[in-house]
Design a protein around this ligand. Structure first.
Ligand SMILES: Nc1ncnc2c1ncn2[C@@H]1O[C@H](COP(=O)(O)OP(=O)(O)O)[C@@H](O)[C@H]1O
Ligand SMILES: O=C(O)C1=C[C@@H](OP(=O)(O)O)[C@@H](O)[C@H](O)C1
Ligand SMILES: [Mg+2]
Length: 178
């Protein structure tokens, strides 16, 4: 059975909604960042600090290749993973890539107290978020087999994704409201 792979910007709910999908679908949940942290024996922030973002992206790509070999999971990707073609290609065609589409305003509110995401720990945080969001949005959209609006509760969003994945062939790209 193929994997359900969630992609989208930091704070769109990949990790939270992913856990809900797993609970309601009986699939096993796997968080890509946690997988990388476990292998590295340190947090994502520590990897960025100690080795830099480029090294993290290589570790992230290795994780994509390894996780794409598995079956039947719900995978929450890291927000940057699907902005790299090589990572999209690892899953595309075999797994169902779901873009959790959430407006930046809602994401900003969700992450207003966040201190764990290295890319956001800087004084020009708002500018960085806006630029990253605008650059990445079309890339997530193009990578996805399914696009789901993620403003609803995590559980409602989870059910919308389960419904879309069960009812949709990979080739279609319905725009469902969660
Ligand atoms: N559908 C949702 N409704 C409200 N808050 C949410 C929702 N999804 C996630 N959150 C909250 O937003 C923050 C980021 O969620 P997370 O799952 O870590 O996002 P991601 O993995 O995409 O970065 C967390 O505080 C989480 O509780
Ligand atoms: O958007 C990004 O480049 C990142 C998103 C993070 O994951 P979440 O999307 O779960 O926050 C994590 O992989 C790292 O901080 C980089
Ligand atoms: Mg996450």
């Amino acid at each position: 059975m193929n994997n359900i792979v969630l992609c989208g910007f930091m704070g769109c709910g990949k990790s939270t909604v992913g856990k809900n999908i797993a609970r309601k679908s009986g699939r096993k949940f796997l968080d890509m960042d946690s997988y990388i942290e476990q292998k590295a024996g340190m947090t994502v922030s520590e990897i960025f600090e100690k080795y830099g973002e480029e090294k993290f992206r290589d570790m992230e790509h290795d994780a994509c290749v390894e996780l794409a070999e598995l079956e039947g999971l719900v995978i929450a990707s890291g927000g940057g993973a699907f902005t790299f073609k090589r990572n999209v290609e690892a899953f595309k065609g075999k797994d169902k890539i779901v873009f959790l589409d959430v407006p930046l305003g809602i994401i900003k509110n969700r992450l207003k107290n966040d201190t764990t995401r290295p890319l956001l720990q800087r004084p020009d945080r708002d500018r960085v978020m806006k630029d990253l969001y605008n650059n990445r949005y079309p890339i997530y959209h193009a990578a996805a087999d399914i696009v789901i609006k993620g403003q609803n509760t995590p559980l409602k969003t989870a059910f919308a994704i389960i419904d879309a994945v069960n009812g949709t062939d990979v080739a279609e790209k319905p725009h469902k409201n969660a």
